[in-house]
Design a protein around this ligand. Structure first.
Ligand SMILES: C[S@@+](CC[C@H](N)C(=O)[O-])C[C@H]1O[C@@H](n2cnc3c(N)ncnc32)[C@H](O)[C@@H]1O
Length: 210
């Protein structure tokens, strides 16, 4: 597991919401570092099977006491409606709390990146055969995923973004034992297809609270 999220967090113990926790690996690491973690997912079975306490919940409708930190790790692009997920995140974060987002930006991949992704994946046995039209398949595969353009706009409308970093992502998508070498190639050949950001609740200025 990449440790940047752990390093982005305030000192433990912080009250952390891991929304869309998946298999619970990150939530487990945050707990091990002394944080008070609430892990939620539409389907928490993988996290529970791994021994991580997780609740079945949908962020777009989730109610709870305020959190110091909300982590969205590769989950926001799956959440619909995107705006409702971020409205809830803004409501659940305490006024000086921190939003931490680690995301896939599929819309930043061009034809060369999609071709490399499917060719490398075919070589690694992830795909059965070479893809004749990588860009068409890429777009079809991600049609249900929010593009980075929409995520960044929706985050900026609700939070003050402190730091954004564009990072390679395809090597994580391909995974496996060659991930480190794939990352090196991706960094040399392709523009980033992921981003990492931290943000704080937007301070509203007007006397009427707007
Ligand atoms: C690609 S997985 C990411 C898992 C994990 N956070 C990670 O970094 O590997 C996305 C997860 O988000 C969950 N998810 C999607 N929409 C959600 C929602 N509205 N509320 C809570 N979880 C959601 C999915 O069930 C899935 O487990």
């Amino acid at each position: 597991m990449d440790t940047w999220i752990l390093s982005a967090l305030p000192e433990a113990p912080a009250r952390v919401l891991d929304a869309g926790c998946g298999d619970g690996e990150l939530a487990g690491a945050l707990i091990a570092h002394g944080h008070d973690v609430t892990a939620i997912d539409l389907d928490p079975s993988a996290a529970l099977a791994a021994g991580v306490p997780a609740k079945r919940a949908d962020l777009t409708r989730y109610e709870d006491d305020p959190f110091d930190v909300i982590v969205l790790s590769l989950s926001l692009h799956h959440m619909h409606p995107l705006e409702a997920a971020l409205d809830r995140a803004a409501a659940l974060l305490r006024p000086d709390g921190l939003l931490v987002v680690d995301e896939f930006a599929w819309d930043w991949a061009d034809e060369a990146a999609a071709t490399w992704f499917y060719d490398a994946g075919t070589l690694l046995g992830r795909f059965d055969r070479p893809e004749p039209d990588p860009m068409i398949r890429w777009r079809e595969a991600h049609v249900d995923h929010s593009p980075a353009r929409d995520m960044l706009e929706a985050i900026a409308a609700r939070f003050e973004i402190r730091r954004t970093r564009r990072v390679p992502y395809l090597f994580r998508y391909l995974g496996g034992e060659h991930a480190a070498r794939l990352k090196e190639i991706e960094e040399v050949r392709h523009a980033p297809t992921g981003f990492r950001l931290t943000a704080v609740t937007r301070v509203t200025g007007g006397a009427d609270g707007t």
